[in-house]
Design a protein around this ligand. Structure first.
Ligand SMILES: Cc1cc2nc3c(=O)[nH]c(=O)nc-3n(C[C@H](O)[C@H](O)[C@H](O)COP(=O)(O)OP(=O)(O)OC[C@H]3O[C@@H](n4cnc5c(N)ncnc54)[C@H](O)[C@@H]3O)c2cc1C
Length: 409
């Protein structure tokens, strides 16, 4: 059995060059801009644009896409390493054109788009000329169960007419198009075949951006949208009719893991901040780092992070090898999201009032970490699926091994 956790020389080089670029260029410029009281919105935009151009010129562009699509052509395991590096720095994934939801939408379009859709929607997305969004969740029904989706798409000649109400469509403001999941076949034999996906340009009449929903961490362009008699040509059906669920699954598997890769970077950052602070802060006769209660926080965080990294790498390996990855991605997503939450919380604790203040990035990181436990599959839904596969495997094989990674152990 070969277990080798080293990447090829080429990947290692790319990874360390990306780490340097993120630290010395992106982070440094971000720091200068945020410390400058005169920085305006247009200065921000110009700086981010310049950084994206620089990343592109250096070949740090589309790490998640194959070379024929203009990407770095990394395997999924190598992508994990690169994505984690990018996530340690504000705007890192965006600068490499690998941010959610565009990254998931690129995968989806690459997999399902027709020639026309590739040219019109995928190519400008790959080039970084436009942004997109993914519009599935609705306020009226549980987002955890897409078979309940109420938005409808009805065929009328050569067009589809879409009516419905969505929210938490991330990145909608400023996006050129949305991939919308709507019910086309209410009477389909199985509930999973009721929905289809459509590409809707955001300037189509009837596309009403109601508001940017305010969250516990402020406004982040998670929008409420009404689709009022929105007409799209038949050529905007993405994938096959009734294939919305399948498309969601193809999109969400790797996209969930891509979130985990970015979260690994954030966990590492929070843990480093925790250690740094503990080694500098003095109370009750010693540094915080010398107190057992604080060392336990460090040790627990390290063990959870290590387990998370192994899970992400193994799930990525399974995707790369074309093996069934559902169970491993569910377990990784649940574990890493919860580790992110716990480690950010511990880091805030060790920083005390500073951690709670917006002077430190930790307060924002903790707020962002909260949604990781229910978006892209709530904890309990992943646990339900994990248990289902566990029981099915045990009943068929008399062993749980195949449902806990299938490792030779
Ligand atoms: C920051 C952020 C960004 C998002 N971006 C997008 C986006 O771009 N596009 C988009 O379409 N959506 C997006 N969403 C929505 C997200 O996908 C949904 O929040 C998620 O699918 C859960 O749906 P819901 O909020 O309706 O919760 P519900 O489905 O109502 O679930 C609420 C809770 O019920 C419990 N629950 C549900 N099912 C079960 C079960 N079977 N067993 C036990 N307990 C259960 C869980 O505790 C769950 O957290 C985003 C959400 C956030 C917070």
């Amino acid at each position: 059995m070969a277990i080798d956790f080293t990447f090829s020389e080429e990947v290692e080089q790319a990874r360390s060059r990306i780490r340097e670029f993120m630290r010395d260029t992106v982070k440094a410029r971000y720091k200068t801009l945020s410390e400058n009281a005169q920085t305006s919105e247009s200065d921000w935009r110009a700086a981010i644009k310049a950084l994206r151009e620089e990343a592109k010129a250096r070949g740090f562009w589309l790490p998640h896409m194959p070379t024929e699509a203009g990407g770095m052509g990394l395997g999924v395991t190598a992508l994990a390493a690169v994505a984690a590096e990018a996530a340690k720095v504000p705007y890192g994934p965006y600068i490499m054109n690998a941010h959610a939801p565009d990254e998931g939408n690129m995968h989806t379009l690459h997999h399902f788009a027709t020639e026309y859709q590739r040219e019109k929607f995928l190519q400008p997305l790959l080039d970084g000329q436009i942004r997109s969004c993914f519009s599935m969740t609705e306020p009226e029904v549980a987002g955890s169960d897409p078979t309940l989706i109420q938005t409808t798409a009805v065929q009328d000649g050569d067009e589809w007419v879409i009516n419905g109400h969505k929210w938490f469509t991330s990145g909608a403001r400023g996006a050129s198009f949305a991939i919308v999941i709507a019910r086309t076949d209410p009477d389909a034999a199985i509930p999973q075949a009721r929905n289809s996906a459509f590409i809707v340009e955001t300037d189509t009449p009837g596309f009403e951006l109601v508001r940017d929903v305010e969250t516990m961490s402020g406004s982040h362009n998670h929008c409420e949208i009404r689709y009022n008699d929105v007409r799209v040509p038949a050529s905007h059906l993405l994938g096959e009719r009734g294939g919305g669920h399948k498309l969601g699954q193809v999109r969400l598997g790797p996209a969930r893991l891509a979130h985990c890769m970015r979260w690994i970077g954030e966990i590492e950052l929070a843990l480093e901040m925790l250690i740094d602070r503990a080694q500098k802060r003095f109370a009750h006769g010693s540094l915080l780092s010398e107190k057992q209660g604080i060392q336990w926080m460090m040790a627990d965080s390290a063990m959870e992070l290590y387990a998370g990294k192994l899970m992400v790498l193994h799930a990525a390996y399974k995707i790369e090898q074309g093996l069934d990855f559902k169970q491993e991605v569910s377990m990784a997503k649940h574990h890493v999201a919860n580790t992110l939450w716990r480690v950010c919380d511990r880091a805030v604790q060790v920083h005390g009032a500073l951690g709670y203040s917006t002077d430190s990035p930790l307060s924002g990181m903790l707020q962002q970490a909260r949604w990781a436990r229910f978006a892209d599959g709530a904890d309990e839904v992943h646990q339900m699926r994990i248990a289902e596969i566990l029981m099915r495997t045990y009943n068929a094989e008399g062993s749980v091994n195949g449902a806990v990674g299938g490792l030779p152990l």
